[in-house]
Design a protein. Sequence first.
Length: 618
Amino acid sequence: TTDPASLSFGRTIWPHADDVPVTRTVTYRNPGPTDLNLELNLRVIGPEGAVAPAGLFAVGADRVTVPAGGQAAVTVTTDTRVASADGYWSGQLVATAGSTVVNTPVGVSKEGESYDLTLTHVNQAGTPATSYDTILVGFESYSTDILYDADGTVTARLPKGRYGLMSWIDVSPDKPEAVATLVQPELRLDRETTLVLDAREARPIRVTVPERSAAPILAAVMGAWVLPDATFVLGTSSSSFDDLTIAQVGDGSPYEEYKTVISSQWAKPGADGLFSNSPYFYALSELIDGRLPSGYVRHYHDRDLATVKPDLRGTTLPGQRAERYLIAVHQHHIGSLGMPSVITLPAKRVEYVNTDGGVGWTTLLRLGVPDADGLLDVQTQLTSTVTYQAGRSYQEVWNDAPFGPSFQETNSSDLGITRQGNQILVGLQLFDDATGHPGISVATTERTALYRNGTLVGESPVAGVGFFDVPSGPADYRLTTSATRDVSDLATSTEAAWTFRSGQVPGDEFVKLPAMAIRYAPKLDAGNAAPAGRAFDIPVNVQRQPGAPGAQVRRLTVEVSYDDGRTWRDAEVRSTKSGWVASVRHPGGAKYVSLRAKATDSAGDTVTQQVIRAYKLK
């Protein structure tokens, strides 16, 4: 055995011309009954596998005798003045005596060109700041370093290079939410450097909206460094800009890979000071290229904003509520923060969003019954990023029944039902609303399975998701997926099955398979209900998966159930100039309508879909 078990020579500071050789001692202990004559060799490699040059490491002796029941010591020396690459040099001191081999790890870190960066933090009182956070982003290393010392001055030893710096200095111990944000978009560290980060240099942010009764619920300042292989986003937020100030450190020069995003969201406060069921909502987010302004003023006017009027349909699950999110997405996929606004469904409201710089908006609607922690049972509809035009008004419908799988053009980047080589891949949702917003829902049971020529290929425990290895030869396939849920009183059970023929796809290309989705567009009220006791028309559209081979729908059948699928009856289906229409007569006394349909195309491909409790009756 050896003592110590390894030899670390630590880090030698750059430059290395004046380095002092470092010597360590390793002691071999021999508890055996005979002396051991050890032959000693060093095996050390460095950066990129380079072999250690002569003199970088040296052993005090080539051989050493360790007496029986005794010990012997040798020295190992590293001299980093020897011409060699900067970086880690490591290996083993190998001691051998016949079949006995003892390995002792050795290593030294030969620091590359590095410099001290000293940061002094000053609060608004002009005294050393003790409450602050500073993060340094390494442009070459794609790393982040948190720099802090309790006395307000911190020194870090860092490799030569380019960095970005963001610091948050607490303004007052009595107002923990009040923060001064300081940014240096680019810091070139090529010498010993000292910076003073002074909260007194930060200037206020002032934003206003047209509606005088509006109050802010979110105020945020974010900085993003868009590097070739990564994007770093840092920032701070509060309930109001009253507590946030900003400034750029340094000479104020812009840096093209740095972006600032200043965002705010506004609504009408209720008598309780909360914002539930506000009749309007402002979501504003602006990207500023290259710099962080020292202070910011923006007064939004109606002409600057797009108006979105969402019609949010409802369900009747006891205790259910909804949360609405609007999240800005800027170029380079830089997102912003979004605060949830609580809404009791069904509801209508007006949303105002800005359009500066082509900003897009991703919108979410989350539904459920809050648990003990206030979190919702997850049931979400969302949009991909939508770009609006200032001065225009948009109508949207959300959470409208029936729910089921869909192949929307806006979702064409989704996996869908695809083949690559000898693998069939499935990625779709079973609870998209009638408008086509992709729907994600907690399920109580779920399954996806693939059959080839009637034989099970594989199955997945997740609805709408599966990756199946298949033989290369052409064959007839049947793909099935299903889910049940109890987080809604609609679409409590959803099933879909596709049949198609497929063979090996050459190369690495992803090929969309000939899948269809049956979509319904009944005229329902705000509570997703239709009138009972009368005839009712249900427009039906058979969507083809975008990118799939073209074919025409040759046959469509629709069935309806009023007892949750225990019995079914045929609906009258007719083809019109505007599409298919299924005609039914809703009986009096029934509470829900379930739908089952099958479509066949000209190539013989089929889809069968069933949704229990597709919509309500009243």
